[in-house]
Design a protein. Structure first.
Length: 129
């Protein structure tokens, strides 16, 4: 389990941090990410720059999209509707990815189940004589 923290850039990597804003459990199936949305929003608005990994986790939860909509001045009703569309699109992408993986696994099983074709014997002019 990893803690997602807000830290000063000048602090050592494993040193002092400002606040714990979430957790990430990569061993859980599916991966579990919990974020304090209000605190993530606060730190992002005050200029915090997430690492690439944390940015991907924030994107995966949809919080980054929601923060962008808020910064553009959308109303709460519009944000709710847009987040529902985002969630449906995300589920569609996951289903599509799973279907592709399933087809690949099935193709691999089919290829392994079929015996290898015997190599064709080469006919040389000496063998005909």
């Amino acid at each position: 389990m990893y803690q997602i923290v807000a830290a000063d850039a000048r602090a050592p990597r494993d040193g002092k941090f400002l606040e714990v804003i979430g957790t990430y459990q990569p061993t859980a199936k599916p991966h579990a990410v919990t974020l304090k949305k209000d605190r993530v929003a606060y730190w992002m608005q005050t200029g915090a720059q997430p690492t690439d990994t944390v940015r991907s986790l924030i994107q995966a939860t949809g919080l980054l999209h929601e923060l962008r909509l808020k910064s553009r001045g959308f109303s709460e009703a519009d944000i709710t509707a847009e987040m529902e569309k985002w969630q449906e699109n995300k589920l569609g992408r996951i289903k599509k990815r799973l279907a592709v993986k399933s087809r690949r696994r099935q193709a691999k099983k089919d290829a392994e189940a079929q015996p290898a074709a015997p190599a064709a014997e080469a006919v040389t002019p000496e063998a005909e004589a």
